[in-house]
Design a protein. Structure first.
Length: 285
């Protein structure tokens, strides 16, 4: 792969990783909306809840994105399924506090677990996870067996993609990207990208060894345009990893969302995401 493609490949990799209650009166036919602030490990996280029945749908956006990513899909899912729908801002995103130090998926899982516990959602959860949130979902289902009934991964990171060969080949470019970010003004987005890039290879070698539990049904939705628009080689690796993941067990499904991009998939094809969630609910309810 030429150096230009390598730079764009790593930039895309970074991109994909990239208790006070306040209630809003429900409009006609709309579920009541509640905002909750939860403290975990001395930082505050913001959760938004649309009331409904179990299983609860927990929507988790990709790197650099907040709960606002789901602003149109969340009410659509609540109306279509009747489920409780939860969105939230991970640490450093949206209205949640920033946390210093490298990004660690274990910390993100701890934050999510603390929020769900505070909300009283202790079992029968369906995760709907985009991009880097796929790492949070994979780790959560392993660390909290029995809590998750099913999942929909929306063009999400899966362990199969992060091979040792891929991580080794692009390590020098990751270091250059870090240096470039450090030379720029310090913004919330840049700080989050740097946190994700810290110890990137060793962290993702660990993630590569993780496995999705055999008993948790999952649908992997894949955008027709991968995160790697300028690298056919990287795009091929991404597609192959998604297919391997989905084909590994009979309770997994692979869905191609036509005419979609990595980040825009939720707004470009909400019908595909909604349909996948409804199908998972038919299995777990």
């Amino acid at each position: 792969m030429n150096p230009l493609h390598r730079n764009k490949f790593v930039a895309a990799i970074v991109a994909v990783i990239s208790l006070t209650a306040c209630s809003t009166p429900d409009a006609a036919g709309e579920p009541a909306s509640t905002t909750r602030r939860v403290t975990n490990a001395e930082h505050e996280l913001v959760f938004h809840v649309l009331e409904g029945k179990s299983p609860a749908l927990v929507l988790d956006a990709g790197g650099g994105l907040s709960s606002s990513y789901w602003k149109d899909l969340a009410p659509r899912l609540a109306k279509a399924t009747g489920s409780k729908v939860i969105t939230y801002d991970r640490a450093g995103e949206g209205e949640s506090d920033e946390v210093s130090g490298p990004w660690r998926v274990e910390n993100a899982v701890s934050d999510l677990e603390a929020g769900l516990r505070e909300l009283g959602v202790t079992d029968d959860v369906v995760l709907v996870s985009h991009s880097i949130a796929g790492e949070v979902a994979t780790t959560f289902v392993n660390e909290h067996p029995g809590r998750v009934s099913g999942a929909v991964l929306v063009d999400a990171n899966v362990p199969d993609f992060f091979t040792d060969e891929m991580l080794t080949a692009f390590a020098p470019v990751v270091e250059k990207q870090k240096a470039d970010l450090l030379a720029q003004p310090s913004t919330k987005k840049n700080r989050q990208l740097l946190a994700v890039m810290a110890d990137y290879a060793p962290v993702h070698r660990v993630f590569h060894r993780r496995a999705w539990p055999k008993d948790v049904p999952v649908t992997a939705i894949v955008a027709s345009q991968t995160p790697f628009t300028d690298s056919p080689e990287a795009a091929g690796l991404w597609r192959a990893a998604q297919e391997r993941f989905a084909q590994a067990r009979p309770n997994r499904k692979h869905v191609l969302a036509e005419n979609t991009s990595h980040e825009g998939i939720v707004t470009e094809r909400p019908d595909v995401v909604t349909g996948a969630v409804e199908d998972i609910l038919k299995i777990v309810r």
